[in-house]
Write a protein that binds this ligand. Structure first.
Ligand code: HMG
Ligand code: MG
Length: 286
């Protein structure tokens, strides 16, 4: 039986959060609805963060209200604090499968610049969010950013990543997505980082979230596959970046990841023809 690899589509969130011009809700929803028809099981559709920090995501409540939920698809949103949880709780639609994604950094510099607090404080601030999600039966996903390099602190040691992952997982045994936020990782450094993290977390709970700034994302995925990682984040059309990570444009493109995985014999359940149409649609929004 072929190995199954799960793709988590982050284009509508990680991609569009970084666009300079405001994108109409109807365009975001058209993209999400098309992606929902591709066979993807996980689509990240927005963020309940401060609109002063990320104006492009300020309409996530309207996106949730307007999208057409599809059975078998889980819709993820980023939530940084209880204010964000409340925004999500008011916006969610009964009967739709959601995941709340909480996020921290493995480096202090990025934590301060992205969340305005230390790593330890960011984890404490997330404790009530995690409790609220668990009490409401909402799924959880954890992000750890800067798993090889930080735009402010430079190289990040593997044991710092393992510590951050362990800190987040002390809140709840959630799956963790490992962010190469500025796309500087190499297969060798990714391998060292993953080996350290796998001391703390079973590999089945890990996903790779690799920005392609340095053109290394596909090689980093190959290195992660070799260690048993079977979940990756990608963005249709290579949309992406992070407004608080200078030099972070471009999540690895979903269509490129699919081609690589299918050529290597992995199964994803995702139809490349639908993703190609979505990539065209995404390109027209930029
Ligand atoms: P802060 O300024 O320290 O927070 O920001 P605060 O509690 O002092 O609040 C300041 C103001 O923001 C207040 O409003 C709050 O009400 C408001 P004011 O009184 O000034 O009018 N506020 C909010 N409004 C709406 N929703 C909220 C919310 N919280 C506070 N949830 C905060 C702290 C976390 C809010 C801020 O730093 C923030 O929003 N950061 C978000 C940054 C972000 O979204 N970054 C991009 C996503 S992460 C990423 O892309 C990396 C990833 O892809 C993985 C990878 O690639 O590595 C996941
Ligand atoms: Mg990212």
């Amino acid at each position: 039986m072929p190995d199954f690899v799960r793709l988590h589509e982050v284009g509508p969130r990680d991609g569009l959060q970084n666009e300079a011009g405001l994108i109409p809700v109807a365009d975001k929803v058209a993209l999400i609805d098309l992606l929902s028809q591709s066979g993807l099981r996980n689509i990240e559709v927005g963020s309940f963060v401060s609109p002063k920090w990320v104006p492009q995501m300020a309409d996530t409540n309207r996106v949730l209200a307007a999208l057409t939920p599809r059975d078998g698809v889980r819709y993820a949103v980023l939530v940084p604090n209880m204010r964000g949880w409340q925004g999500f709780a008011e916006a969610r639609i009964a009967g739709v499968a959601y995941d709340v994604a909480v996020f921290i950094s493995a480096s202090e510099g990025f934590s301060q610049n992205n969340l305005n607090c230390s790593i330890a404080d960011s984890i404490s601030r997330l404790a009530p969010v995690v409790q609220a999600a668990e009490a409401a039966g909402v799924g959880l996903r954890g992000y750890v950013s800067c798993v090889t390099d930080c735009p402010f602190d430079g190289p990040v040691p593997p044991d710092a990543v393992a510590r951050a992952v362990a800190g987040l997982r002390r809140l709840a045994p959630m799956p963790i997505s490992l962010g190469d936020t500025i796309g500087k990782g190499t297969p060798e450094r990714m391998t060292a980082m993953l080996k350290a993290v796998m001391q703390e977390v079973p590999v089945e709970m890990l996903a790779g979230h690799y920005h392609d700034t340095g053109g290394q994302a596909l090689s980093n995925i190959a290195a992660s596959l070799a260690l048993g990682v079977r979940a990756f984040d990608s963005a249709v059309g290579g949309l992406g970046g992070c407004p608080y990570a200078p030099g972070a444009p471009g999540n690895v493109a979903t269509e490129a990841v699919l081609e690589m995985l299918h050529d290597a014999g992995y199964e994803t359940g995702v139809d490349p023809a639908v993703i190609a149409r979505a990539a065209t649609l995404a390109g027209a929004m930029r």
